[in-house]
Ligand binder design. Sequence first.
Ligand code: CTP
Length: 400
Amino acid sequence: MKGKRILLGITGSIAAYKSAFLVRLLIKAGAEVKVVMSESAKDFVTPLTLSVLSKNPVMTTSFNPDNGEWYNHVEAGLWADAFIIAPASANTIGKMAQGIADNQLLACYLSARCPVFIAPAMDLDMLQHPAVKANIQTLGSFKRHYIITPAHGELASGLTGEGRMEEPEKIVDILEKYFYENLPLRGIKALVTAGPTYENIDPVRFIGNRSSGKMGFAIAEELSKMGADVKLISGPTHLSLNDRGVERTDVNTADEMLTACMHDFEKMDIIVMSAAVADFRPGEESTEKIKKKNNPLNVALVPTTDILKSMGEKKRKNQLLVGFALETNNELANAKEKLVNKNLDLIVLNSLNDVGAGFDVSTNKVTFIEKSGREHSFGVKLKSEVARDLVNLIMNSYKK
Ligand code: CTP
């Protein structure tokens, strides 16, 4: 629910008191909430209560009677990621089914393009009336309209039966499930690498680099947030993941990273190689600590396998491969060459010459270059924001 914009419509029913709890739960779950009330809803719960809980002004009319200012129902309708009408009275349900817009709530409803969740609340005989049943059925048949079936129990009339508005906790569960199931990368498997690799010289010393892993961790978390099943393969870093949905494997050397990457490569749909993999490792690793002896030490280095290049050679149709290029000169030309040589779909260029870009800082300044040659350049941004930009581009380019 984090960051989701929820428009809550409240109509005239005793269950309106539960809407206050619903607002609290939505806010607690990280959503942004705006409330629109019908005139009769105000008899059951005050706009002030809902305004305080939602931290937003509450709309009850189409304009402010004090200054004549118009409350834009179209804007409110388009603002929302979901519109919940809870409680939904028989009267409002009937008008919604017929496209009547004689109050602000109904005008918002007709303007909304988002999914609509309707939680009816009324006495059992009203709910069983063929006219109401038909209206509910009509609403349920509309695209992206979901009826939250009323619960069975004691009703305000004293009768017992079906008609109680579903509990706020349950409504939040339904919404969370909806958002989860409709995440854009649901069912997609992604592999992300992050951090440096350490190539051992002896049991004490290694050749490494200054990569912190921040960029790769941010990308892994962003992909996961969009619903992908993410596997993160990380070199040595002190970072920890906030998202427990990401599966993490730690490795030390380029060889270990290669093995870990290739293990799952076939199954992966999206691969983002942001790790700063060592290009060379000592040809021989001494099993004992090398003594100083005051002589120059020559360590013969041998190339490691270019993991990204091997992936590019094996890449199957519908696999999207993203590489990184950290350059100090001829940046664009070098990055474009890597894009072609390694058979990539997209390359992220960052230049060590740019202030706020590169290793061990929380920001980055990047240019994305697509296989088609299209370039997207950005200013200095937080790595989390760069990750969002990258994942947005990946989502636009990825074709199942
Ligand atoms: N890479 C890799 N395996 C390696 C070296 C690099 O998979 N052994 C990947 C990195 O994860 C990155 C991309 O290749 O996505 C580019 O790495 P970079 O070091 O910039 O380029 P190289 O191709 O190694 O070329 P050079 O170091 O000569 O610039």
